[in-house]
Ligand binder design. Structure first.
Ligand code: CAA
Length: 256
C-alpha cells in the first residue's frame, strides 16, 4: 500500500504531498498525524528553509474524513488528538507554502488558510461546506475566513456553503498567488526557491511578526469555534447530514 503522505527534501525545500486520491485526499487522523510529524521534523531540520504542501492527483483535499466524524460524539471531539496535530501544524516557525489544485474544502481549506503563502490554480475550488453536514469547521476556518474576507463574503461561505474558484479566492485576498490549472506546484516551487535564498532568521521573524498582527488576536475566536464544532458533533443534524452525504441525497435538518 502506498503511503498516505509522500515527502521529499532537497535544496532547502521540504515537500509533503497528501496522497489519498481515492478520497480526494480527505484528511483522516493517520494522515493528519503523519503531516504534523513531518512538519515538526522539517521545522527542526537546519537544512530545511521552506515547507511546501500539495495534493497528489487532481485535488488538494476535500476536508476531514467524513467517515471518521460520523460516529464521533461531543466528548470524543473534546478529547480528540486531532486538535494536537492541528496545533502542531499551525505552529511551524518556518514558512509554509500551499499549492492548491482542485477541491480545497473543509479541513483542506483550513490547511491552506493556515499556510503563509498559498498558490491557487484558477479553477481550484475553495469552501467550508460543513454547514451541509450540520457542522462547522473544526480548525479555525470561519475565524480565518472572516478575518481575511470580512463579514459579507465570509457569511456566503459559512452560511450558504458556497464554493469559490481559485481566481476568486485570489481576487478576494484569500490566497497570495494564482496560477494556471496544473501550475500551482511549479509556481509554489519558484516562490520556495526565493525563500530558500533569503536570510533564515529574518524570514522566521517576518513570519512571526505578520502572525502576531493577524493570528494572535484570533485566539478567543478559535477556541470558541472549536467548542461549537464539538457541541454539534452530538446533534441529530450532524447524523442526518453525514448520512445524506453517504447516501448522495439532500439532508433534511430538524434543528436537534
Ligand atoms: N471524507 C471522506 N471521503 C470523502 C470526502 C471526505 N471529506 N470527500 C470525498 N470523499 C470520497 C467520497 O465519499 C467518494 O468515495 P466513494 O468513491 O467511495 O463513494 C470519493 O471521495 C469521491 O467523491 P465524490 O464521489 O463525492 O466526488 P464528486 O466529484 O462527485 O464530489 C466533492 C466531490 C464535492 C468534493 C464531494 O466529494 C464532497 O462534497 N465532499 C465532502 C466535502 C466536505 O463536506 N468537506 C468537509 C468535511 S468536514 C470538515 O472538514 C470539518 C472538519 O475540519 C472537522
Amino acid at each position: 500500500m502506498s503511503s498516505m503522505l509522500i515527502t521529499e527534501a532537497g535544496e532547502g525545500l521540504f515537500h509533503a504531498r497528501l496522497n489519498r486520491p481515492e478520497a480526494h485526499n480527505a484528511l483522516n487522523t493517520a494522515l493528519l498525524q503523519a503531516l504534523s510529524e513531518a512538519f515538526a521534523r522539517a521545522d527542526d531540520d537546519p537544512s530545511i528553509r521552506v515547507i511546501l504542501i500539495s495534493g497528489t492527483g487532481e485535488h488538494f483535499a476535500a476536508g476531514a474524513d467524513i467517515n471518521e466524524i460520523a460516529d464521533k460524539t461531543e466528548a470524543e471531539g473534546a478529547d480528540d488528538v486531532r486538535k494536537t496535530y492541528w496545533r502542531q501544524l499551525q505552529s511551524v516557525r518556518k514558512p509554509v507554502i500551499a499549492a492548491v489544485e482542485g477541491y480545497c474544502l473543509g479541513g483542506g481549506c483550513e490547511l491552506a488558510l493556515s499556510a503563509d503563502l498559498c498558490v491557487a490554480a484558477d479553477d481550484a475550488s475553495f469552501g467550508q461546506p460543513e454547514i451541509r453536514l450540520g457542522l462547522i469547521p473544526g480548525a479555525g476556518g470561519l475565524q480565518r475566513l472572516a478575518d481575511r474576507l470580512g463579514k459579507a463574503r465570509a457569511m456566503r461561505l459559512a452560511l450558504l456553503g458556497e464554493r469559490i474558484s481559485g481566481a476568486t479566492a485570489y481576487d478576494w485576498g484569500l490566497v497570495s498567488h494564482r496560477a494556471d490549472r496544473g501550475e500551482a506546484v511549479t509556481t509554489a516551487r519558484s516562490l520556495a526557491e526565493k525563500l530558500v535564498k533569503a536570510a533564515p532568521l529574518a524570514v522566521e521573524a517576518s513570519k512571526a511578526a505578520v502572525l502576531k498582527a493577524t493570528e494572535d488576536r484570533l485566539n478567543d475566536g478559535l477556541d470558541w469555534e472549536r467548542r461549537a464544532f464539538e457541541r454539534l458533533l452530538s446533534s441529530q443534524d450532524k447524523i442526518e447530514g453525514i448520512t445524506a452525504f453517504r447516501e448522495k441525497r439532500r439532508p433534511t435538518f430538524t434543528g436537534q
